[in-house]
Design a protein around this ligand. Structure first.
Ligand SMILES: [Zn+2]
Length: 305
């Protein structure tokens, strides 16, 4: 069993300031947040590791204790299996480091003074919640004309059981002392009319909840427009291909076609051949999130029969 080096995990120097630790953690957490890496076990594991490291290093008391245990075990780690003094078995791992059969009980060490020279880290300090980077599938017609899309995701909220304190000794059962828990959220997202594929919508304050009254993060949703069997987008216009019989192509006549949000009647000219098209003004996609719309282009394909 190996002990996790919290500093190495976060990629910071042991003397790093809280600010540096926080910055590094946020960067890593953004990248490896389970919400952004659904199903990726490695990311999930790594996220747990960096969260554990951060939980210790951002808390003055825990960090001090950790630093002590770290220096104590660094070069003089007792061999595995060595017998421990009386009372070792009662050691309850109050700071959640996880089991480590080689670690010395730091409480038996002499307290050091002046060891911690940085400004005290205040675990009660308000901190902003995470921004969540996710994707949203948007049906084609909704993307072209705007509308609402139901959306479900998970986010961090403050643990209700301990009111986000982690419990008196960091022993809240609901959040395991992490002060926040992941909770599912169901919402509706406004899709702007004519939104571009891969555009990122920023939904303010719908990200992870802040701690200690800090502001929540944002929800960033990258739009993924689902393809449509009948329609294709060409800038602000919508292209649709319709089959016509050789008889209609030759004689000409009216034809009903499906538009984005209506049915339209077009006139097929006599002698129409495959590839010819007609335009219906104002039946295309919304232009630049506004009310104006492009055209519907109806392209004919004359069937064999
Ligand atoms: Zn809790």
């Amino acid at each position: 069993m190996t002990t996790q080096d919290h500093y190495k995990t976060l990629g910071v120097e042991p003397g790093a300031t809280l600010k540096q630790i926080k910055k590094q953690y946020r960067e890593l957490a953004k990248k490896h947040h389970p919400d952004a890496n659904r199903g990726d076990k490695k990311s999930e594991e790594f996220f747990k590791t960096i969260s554990a490291a951060y939980t210790v290093l951002m808390d003055k008391r825990k960090r001090l204790a950790y630093d002590r245990s770290r220096t104590a075990t660094g070069s003089r780690r007792p061999r595995r299996g060595a017998s421990h003094g009386k009372g070792y078995r009662e050691y309850r791992d109050p700071y959640g480091y996880g089991p480590d059969d080689g670690r010395r009980d730091w409480r038996q060490e002499e307290p050091r003074t002046g060891f911690y020279e940085e400004a005290p880290v205040d675990p009660g300090m308000p901190t902003q919640g995470f921004d969540l980077n996710l994707m949203i599938d948007v049906p084609f017609v909704t993307a072209m004309l705007g509308g609402k899309v139901a959306y479900a995701y998970d986010k961090y909220v403050n643990c209700a059981a301990c009111q986000g304190t982690g419990g008196a000794n960091g022993d809240c059962r609901a959040c395991k002392g992490k002060r926040q828990i992941i909770t599912p959220v169901a919402t509706e997202v406004d899709i702007p009319p004519g939104v571009a594929d891969r555009f990122t919508l920023r939904i303010r304050k719908q990200g992870g909840e802040g701690r200690n009254g800090g502001p929540p993060g944002d929800l960033l949703l990258q739009v993924c427009i689902l393809p449509h069997p009948r329609f294709k987008r060409v800038k602000d216009d919508i292209l649709t291909e319709v089959e016509i019989s050789p008889r209609l192509a030759e004689a000409g006549g009216p034809l009903t076609v499906q538009a984005l949000d209506s049915t339209q009647t077009v006139h097929v000219e006599d002698g129409t051949i495959t590839g010819e098209e007609v335009r219906i003004a104002g039946q295309g996609a919304a232009i630049r999130w506004g009310k104006k719309r492009g055209d519907l282009i109806v392209k004919f394909r004359v069937t064999d029969e």
